[in-house]
Ligand binder design. Sequence first.
Ligand SMILES: NC(=O)C1=CN([C@@H]2O[C@H](COP(=O)(O)OP(=O)(O)OC[C@H]3O[C@@H](n4cnc5c(N)ncnc54)[C@H](OP(=O)(O)O)[C@@H]3O)[C@@H](O)[C@H]2O)C=CC1
Ligand SMILES: CC[C@](O)(C(C)=O)C(=O)O
Ligand SMILES: [Mg+2]
Ligand SMILES: [Mg+2]
Length: 493
Amino acid sequence: MANYFNTLPLREKLNQLGVCDFMDSSEFLDGVNALKGKKLVIVGCGAQGLNQGLNLRDSGLDVSYTLRKEAIEAKRDSWKNATENNFKVGTYEELIPTADVVINLTPDKQHTAVVSAIMPLMKEGATLSYSHGFNIVEEGTQIRKDLTVIMVAPKCPGSEVRAEYVRGFGVPTLIAVHPENDPQGKGLAQAKAYCVGTGGHKAGVLKSSFVAEVKSDLMGEQTILCGLLQTGSILSFDKMVEKGIDAGYASKLVQYGVEVITEALKQGGITAMMDRLSNVAKIKAFEISEELKDIMRPLFQKHQDDIMSGEFSRTMMEDWANGDRNLLKWRAETGETAFEKTPAGDVKIGEQEYFDNYTLMVAFVRAGVELAFETMVDAGIKPESAYYESLHETPLIANTIARKKLFEMNRVISDTAEYGCYLFDQACKPLLGDFMKKVDTDLVGKNFNEGKDGAVDNRTLIEVNEAIRSHQVEQIGATLRKAMTAMKAIKTA
Ligand SMILES: NC(=O)C1=CN([C@@H]2O[C@H](COP(=O)(O)OP(=O)(O)OC[C@H]3O[C@@H](n4cnc5c(N)ncnc54)[C@H](OP(=O)(O)O)[C@@H]3O)[C@@H](O)[C@H]2O)C=CC1
Ligand SMILES: CC[C@](O)(C(C)=O)C(=O)O
Ligand SMILES: [Mg+2]
Ligand SMILES: [Mg+2]
């Protein structure tokens, strides 16, 4: 099978990359009706599978799970996930032929095998759904022509798909219908109903394409969402310990700090996050984030280039063929870091203290969000999509770090995201070596304002505020957040 994107003529590549319509809430007035009474069978009951299924069932839809025979016989975690939540579970042979919609929520690396096994069992005219376009776009899988192929891709980890739904909100979602598989013209109506079922319509939905979703999703997860949060967390912890800050305090500041800091980002963008700092700290955070942007720009561009050319997926697929050698090695190394192994100390850190004592992370987040956004937009990805994939999703990933550090983050994200995260982290840490040598505890571990009189130059402050507020990610963010009327503040540590 050939990389589908690479087979397209340039004009069609640009055309599919640029598909991005922000859907008005009036487009969802039909609710879940297009799927009401239909049999939804989810393949796999892992991170996305379980959480999407819970939301879909709570939205009144008929959901059951199909697992490979071995998982049922061995009563694996996926079987427990489904049965303990009172879902019907069956083999492919038992459930796939009954399904109106088969939702493939197995890991991307298994898609070719899974799709070849289920496709012959699917009934004529049924629908096959994905939550990521990798199999169609990067592997070029061809689907039976009578089947409808849709994508409903929540822009966040499965755990947060559920958590936001339970809070009465949702997560931004990209939906698409594969242009080569919509024989009855029902794909869009079904994708919209599915999106209502998971709660995505409350946060913002983009009518996208498989191509635009893949090329933006891979970029977000490798760089700002997972890669840079991992690099920034490890470097910050190591710096504090090197400088004599109590390891328990350092561990707690890093584990919970990114969640507290990025909650401001989710509510009010980079402006709100930077406004939580004193004026003097804001100017410093601005200056070092500019420096970080200059250092990391070539790395962000390399990741985007390799994603666009198919080089990233080619090398990752080589690793799949090697039994995930790199992935497993990097996963084990992450488990061995001092940050991972040091429990959070039994010490109270106030909400404002997370900003004042962790100015470095504010700078990392501003640099990473803006760079990811800028690089995606330069590559032809639309600003709305780039916003969800950089700014809005960062706090949702930070929530997973707060739960159980980087181990938890890497457990709940897809294997594809985890592989890309390590790839970025391996390259980024050495790149930041000289920068980190200059970092002291005023930026991480102690209150930046301590020993300073707080005086700033008015003109500098005005220029910094103007630069932050006029960035395109802030402009598009303000518009998109207007539609997020159901967003809830989350309780942070
Ligand atoms: N993780 C996330 O938060 C996000 C994921 N996505 C996308 O969602 C999809 C699912 O990802 P994710 O939830 O991380 O996946 P998981 O790794 O959590 O999926 C695990 C499930 O897949 C089953 N499975 C694994 N291998 C096979 C196989 N060969 N045949 C049949 N079943 C198999 C497992 O069953 P068993 O017990 O038999 O091993 C288990 O039920 C991917 O396309 C991913 O890109 C999109 C957005 C975010
Ligand atoms: C974190 C990246 C992601 O794309 C996601 C949660 O959106 C994934 O693949 O896990
Ligand atoms: Mg994603
Ligand atoms: Mg992903």
